[in-house]
Design a protein around this ligand. Structure first.
Ligand code: NAD
Ligand code: UD1
Length: 343
């Protein structure tokens, strides 16, 4: 069975492509390489001994996208990762974020409709629960306005996707996966996250500080009402997240879905504080992370973690890899990246 993966050369996309190929799916990737490198295809091939089909196309380009979809019209489903994802940048560059994330999705839906691909899995985010989440966050927890155009674009796509599925067209069913905080890398260390510029997220900042690229990590806030005063998040290993996509896909292609549009939280269901993550990183990798306590980062919640019971019950999925495996794999990847891939 062929699956089209948008954004498949990116961080989560590349890990998911590996698991799809391992599970016996054929893969065709469409990605404009804005935030990824074509060389990831070689590394995917090294890991799996299979090479996915690939074209460097901007999904906002309807004509080029449609020609790609015509070539791959035998695909049974699409996994839609392609998006711009930097929360802070989206506040400054709102038009660009809305144009890219919504425009690419409109074109994608039109292409799927034109060639008749019935199923879609969409990359959603914990960010759509907005501020003041009830804990642990359940799929039906209240949704508050998000603090960024990035988060709003994810909320909007949810509505557009639901309406599209209800409407009269060729897109018949979909699953949104709401990821919590994906971190870590493939055990081979051949693929992982390589943010451009100064990282916003915790793990890449830790690995870049440990390797000497950054002087010091700022721990944003140590006066929260949490066990050690630093903020708590639900970190999920990217390989576990990739497995969740394979399970969701199998649910759709085997017609096991209970409704045409389903939503699942994908988190480990456990919270770790910033200081706990640093401690695990230092212990597992035998390396020091220089850090200082800094003021809170505006917009941050004290605590955020998922109730992923629904994914466990319906997808037969649960996180397998623990925080030690997450931080060890992230470090192994950082070392490989700096030695072999950085230009
Ligand atoms: P990423 O930037 O590594 O991958 C996204 C890929 O999409 C990139 O390769 C980029 O080049 C491509 N892309 C962007 N716009 C495109 C367009 N118009 N046409 C074609 N390709 C385009 O990001 P990621 O971390 O792998 O995230 C994948 C998805 O998961 C995104 O939708 C993101 O919003 C979502 N998500 C990510 C996280 C996270 O922490 N990484 C958390 C929640 C949700
Ligand atoms: C952020 C986004 C979220 C997105 C997710 C994954 C915000 C408000 N939320 O989540 O929408 O889905 O990234 O891309 O931007 N921290 C430090 N020092 C750092 C970096 C982070 O102490 O240099 C702390 C943060 O305060 C937070 C935790 O580490 O408590 C995790 O931060 P981060 O990796 O940025 O993820 P979130 O803020 O949870």
């Amino acid at each position: 069975m062929k699956i089209i993966v948008t954004g498949g050369t990116g961080y989560i996309g590349s890990h998911t492509v590996v698991e799809l190929l391992k599970a016996g799916f054929e893969v065709a990737i469409i990605d404009n390489l804005y935030n990824s490198e074509e060389s990831v295809l070689d590394r995917i091939e090294t890991i799996t001994s299979k090479r996915p089909a690939f074209e460097a196309i901007d999904l906002c380009d309807n004509e080029a996208s449609l020609s790609f979809f015509r070539k791959h019209q035998d695909a049974v489903a699409v996994i839609h990762f392609a998006a711009l994802k930097a929360v802070g940048e989206s506040v400054k560059k709102a038009i660009w974020y809305y144009e890219n994330n919504l425009g690419s999705t409109f074109n994608l839906f039109k292409c799927m409709n034109d060639v008749g691909i019935p199923s879609i899995i969409f990359s959603s985010s914990a960010t759509i629960y907005g501020k003041y989440p009830e804990l642990p966050v359940k799929e039906n927890s209240p949704k508050f306005p998000t603090s960024s155009p990035y988060g709003s674009s994810k909320q909007m796509i949810k509505t557009i996707l639901k309406d599209t599925i209800i409407g009269e067209n060729e897109i018949k069913n979909g699953i949104s996966l709401r990821y919590f905080n994906p971190i870590g890398a493939h055990e081979s260390a051949l693929i992982g996250e390589a943010p451009k510029g100064i990282p916003n997220n915790l793990l890449p900042y830790i690995t870049q500080t440990a390797i000497g690229l950054r002087d010091s990590l700022s721990v944003f806030g140590a006066d929260y009402d949490t066990p050690d005063g630093t903020a708590v998040r639900d970190y999920i290993h990217v390989v576990d997240l990739a497995h969740a996509h394979v399970k969701a896909l199998q649910r759709l292609v085997n017609e096991e879905n209970e409704t045409d549009y389903e939503v699942f939280n994908i988190g480990a269901g456990k919270g770790y504080s910033v200081l706990q993550v640093i401690e695990a990183f230092e212990r597992m990798n035998d390396v020091k992370v220089n850090y200082k306590i800094s003021p809170r980062r505006p917009g941050d919640e004290p605590m955020f973690y998922a109730d992923s019971t629904l994914a466990q019950e319906k997808l037969n999925w649960q996180a397998e890899l623990n925080i030690d495996e997450m931080v060890a794999s992230a470090w192994k990847w950082e070392a490989y990246y700096r030695e072999h891939l950085q230009k």
